[in-house]
Design a protein around this ligand. Structure first.
Ligand code: PMV
Length: 345
């Protein structure tokens, strides 16, 4: 065919057990686990036209070359499996519902949406169905763009990576795997994530350079041990509904991620004073109100407040009264666990 055109919407995700440190071609050194969001997502349309020409990218309708180095590297990585891709000129039209580089994983939803579009065109060219294998291919390709993007191919809770010492088929580093809802206690079925935007700008250190610093990190072995344990325990707590147990894992993972950054050589700090202000206010408030609300952090200064749907109004009141003062322009996003990507007409 002369032309293919396809659109997908893909969500961002928030990790409860963090992926930090890679090996080989964007494989995680430790297994990790996230849930996919809903409000924070990327919408991407990809057009393949027969012929040779440079790939172009348009963000919110305007030509934008900033992402091209990453997109071209991504296309180079998938072309050994998708030879025909070189016979087409590719145009990408994309937009996010949240600020790029704000510490919300925009590369996760961005590469997930792009990989789904390209895997869909691959399936059309090769007369293949859009089945589970298609999703695994999309997840594998998304991973080659940005590791955490592998998880954004699915909705709900998603895991990615192998447990140390296992070769079980259940655990693969190539692509992410959805955790069936039957393995999740009803308590956690409708989790919410209120994202406090402490900093709305591009982060100072990219996650790629952060991952690289784990390689020779003094605490690498300890981290691997901790992450493997947390990964197993996180799944157990999600299954048995133990909120207190899950809280400890989620917050310890966030602080460990930032402790790794702060103790690598060179060291760096992505938290801001307001990140800590929010955490302290949260701890005091939940102690007083006996509510389950837990923080986590990505590679940035923003704070993700994970809480239950039934406490949504109380949490929002607390956010408005006590936390927006620590957010840039008072901004926050009310998000929740989502169903995963969707093909658009
Ligand atoms: O996908 P990357 O390379 O941007 O790495 C993201 C790593 C964290 O967001 C910090 C943790 C995670 O598992 O999402």
């Amino acid at each position: 065919m002369e032309k293919y055109e396809v659109s997908y919407k893909a969500p961002s995700n928030i990790a409860l057990v963090k992926y930090w440190g890679k090996k080989g071609l964007q494989k995680p050194i430790n297994p990790n686990l996230s849930f996919s969001l809903s409000v924070c997502h990327t919408v991407t349309r990809v057009v393949f036209r027969k012929g040779v020409g440079k790939t172009s990218c348009f963000v919110k309708g305007e030509k934008n070359d900033n992402f091209l180095p990453k997109i071209n590297a991504f296309i180079d990585r998938i072309s050994p499996e998708f030879n025909e891709i070189n016979d087409y000129k590719i145009d990408i039209y994309t937009h996010n519902t949240f600020p790029h580089g704000s510490g919300i994983a925009s590369s996760a939803s961005g590469f997930a949406a792009l990989a789904l579009c390209i895997a869909d065109i691959y399936a059309q060219i090769n007369n293949e169905p859009l089945d589970e294998l298609f999703k695994q291919r999309a997840s594998t390709w998304a991973r080659l763009g940005s590791g955490s993007a592998a998880r954004s191919i699915y909705g709900g809770f998603v895991s990615w990576g192998s447990l140390k010492g296992t070769t079980s088929k259940e655990y693969t580093e190539d692509f992410a795997t959805p955790i069936p809802n039957t393995n999740i206690h009803p308590t956690f079925h409708d989790l919410r994530d209120t994202i406090l935007l402490v900093e709305n700008q591009e982060k100072a250190v990219s996650s790629s350079s952060g991952h690289a610093l784990v390689e020779n990190h003094f605490y690498k072995q300890g981290r691997l041990h901790q992450a493997n344990n947390n990964y197993i325990e996180c799944q157990e707590r999600l299954m048995d509904g133990d909120k207190e147990g899950l809280k400890k894992i989620i917050e310890s993972e966030a602080l460990s991620l930032h402790a790794l950054m702060q103790s690598s050589i060179p060291y760096f700090v992505l938290m801001k004073p307001n990140t800590l202000n929010i955490i302290q206010k949260l701890w005091a408030w939940r102690e007083q109100n006996k509510l389950w609300a837990v923080f986590t952090l990505d590679a940035g200064a923003n704070v993700h407040l994970i809480h239950l749907n039934k406490d949504k109004d109380l949490v929002e009141k607390f956010v408005q009264k006590e936390l927006t003062t620590f957010c840039e322009n008072g901004a926050y996003i009310c998000d929740h666990i989502g169903e995963g990507p969707k093909k658009l007409n």
